[in-house]
Design a protein. Structure first.
Length: 350
């Protein structure tokens, strides 16, 4: 059920199995369209929205913060702030310095930068608190977004785990943040954050937002055990592999207005083994007479470690299709076929 409630980490907060992603608002979608999506999602019983200070995507100075502003104007118009569990994120180590005032050389998770990010997000969102504040990606060099670490990365200094938790704790104590989470993180990072929170009495990590889908099941390695044993909820992003698992790019198709056509940033899903695996899953959806997007989303939803699956749409028709996916029966035969294909072509798009 799309509106089935699940606990966020070890908290008493309950979020819906379906989370509304927002990153297209302010770039591919107008404010009016963003408002219409939030109206529809709320009508369908969805109580969980996810955003970030960096959005809209692709990240650029001209649109940075616009997505949060669109959510803020919806809160002001509807008065529904208290009905929504709101998640946002602070940028990790990067050269996207337009998110900060002054002349910083890099975005970092220092006290000054986190303080600035929280203040700006609250202002844009027209709220005085954020339910879940996530580190969008690490302050340290890490193997994120399908990359690998090189030897020289281990010599680069970074903000210590307990130090970052301390920066966030100040905002938790002040009531600006309720809970904290990670994103694009590794097993090492999850366990270090948890260890330091226990050791120093600092806020505990409640969630991790990582990519997870039929062609990227890397979470099922060490991260799954870390999160299941420690009570950390997975918030799966890119459950449709940035659109590839809908079939819309099949055979080299390039639909007008699609992310690939507009921005050509989907190389994570264009690696040599990817096409055969994607076609295999599209074939399974056809075998069962199911919309391929709904097949891919329901697969994510049925995992035992899933806190919430983040959907994203640029039209209300797409949004309805995605939300309806959570009502789809998931059978033992579907599970067996998916796992057999996964064994032949394991996670080609990490």
């Amino acid at each position: 059920m799309h509106d089935e409630k699940r606990h966020l980490g070890t908290t008493e907060v309950e979020v819906t199995a379906c989370c509304l992603g927002t990153m297209t608002w302010g770039e591919q979608n107008t404010e009016e369209e963003g408002h219409a999506q939030m109206d529809y999602a709320a009508e369908r019983g969805i109580n969980f929205f996810d955003t970030a200070e960096m959005y809209a995507v692709p990240p650029r100075a001209e649109t940075q913060g616009r997505t949060e502003e669109i959510i803020g104007t919806w809160f002001k118009k509807t008065g529904k702030r208290k009905q929504i569990i709101l998640a946002s994120k602070v940028t990790g180590r990067s050269k996207m310095t337009w998110t900060r005032d002054g002349n910083v050389k890099m975005t970092r998770q220092t006290k000054e930068q986190i303080d600035e990010a929280v203040e700006k997000s609250l202002k844009r969102l027209k709220t005085d608190y954020i339910d879940l504040y996530q580190l969008h990606w690490p302050d340290r060099p890490a193997a994120t977004f399908g990359t690998r670490l090189k030897a020289e990365h281990y010599d680069i200094e970074y903000e210590a785990f307990e130090t970052i938790l301390g920066h966030l704790d100040a905002h938790v104590r002040a009531g600006r943040i309720r809970y904290i989470g990670l994103s694009n993180e590794t097993s090492y990072g999850v366990m270090r954050f948890i260890a330091e929170s226990h050791k120093h009495g600092l806020p505990r990590i409640q969630s991790i937002q990582n990519a997870y889908n039929l062609v990227n099941r890397t979470f099922e390695g060490d991260l799954e055990e870390c999160c299941m044993r420690e009570g950390v909820s997975l918030l799966a992003y890119s459950p449709l592999a940035q659109g590839y698992l809908t079939g819309k790019y099949r055979g080299g198709a390039l639909p007008k207005g699609s992310r690939k056509q507009l921005f050509d940033r989907l190389q994570r899903y264009e690696k040599p083994p990817a096409e055969a695996a994607i076609n295999g899953y599209l074939g399974l959806a056809a075998k069962y007479g199911v919309d391929p997007a709904q097949f891919a989303l329901r697969f994510c939803d049925t995992r035992p470690f899933m806190g919430s699956t983040i959907i994203g749409a640029t039209s209300l028709d797409q949004l309805k299709t995605c939300i309806d996916a959570f009502e789809l029966p998931w059978t033992e035969d579907m599970e067996a076929d998916v796992n057999a294909l996964h064994l032949r072509q394991p996670s080609p798009c990490p």
